[in-house]
Design a protein around this ligand. Sequence first.
Ligand SMILES: [Zn+2]
Length: 229
Amino acid sequence: MTSAKLLIFPPANPPNGSSDKGVSSTDHIVQALTKAIIEHRLLPGEKLKEQHIADQFGVSRTLVRQALYQLSQKHLIRIEQARGAFVAAPSIKEAREVFAVRIILESAMLELLIAGITPKKIKALRAHLKLEAAAVKGTDAESRTELLGDFHVLMAELIENEVLAQSLQDLISRCSLITLLYQSDHAAGHSHDEHIDILEAIAGQNINLAKQLMQAHLQSVLAGLALHN
Ligand SMILES: [Zn+2]
């Protein structure tokens, strides 16, 4: 192994200042690898070697395998039988397809949401945008991406149709990975501003405007991604 590779995982502090390598080791590896992927120290498509990671963290391969499994559940890496683990690399085609389906689904979602809108629901959406505003100003790309996606999931949840909410949740987690890998800080701030406009259209019960804004929003998120095949 080259020593340059060691820089991929800079020595991180164990959670809670504990030096115990027990319960929290898997989480610790998950966090360190997630950070390395988001910060592009590990590149999309790059192979992750179990033994190498185990050596770097000073843990067993079993713990590394658990961490890799958790990361695959979050779609951040993919595990291929007999080939090992790789950083996920969503293609431009996949990104376009996912966003195309979201535009169809979320346009219909807005009609249902506005048809049953109440002051309480508007209040819930406004409260969420406050959290989003704070995250967009911060430096934690992971929680920012999560909150930006959650705005869309929250709209689906407020309609109280679990099938719709679950379908959107799945699509949005695929989008979250794509944006986590390819979205700039600037584009994330832009997304937040567009959410504010969408909420105003919802509060004004303007279905056509809300749908137009949503379509433009999803297209601009897609366009703002640094995707290359
Ligand atoms: Zn959005």
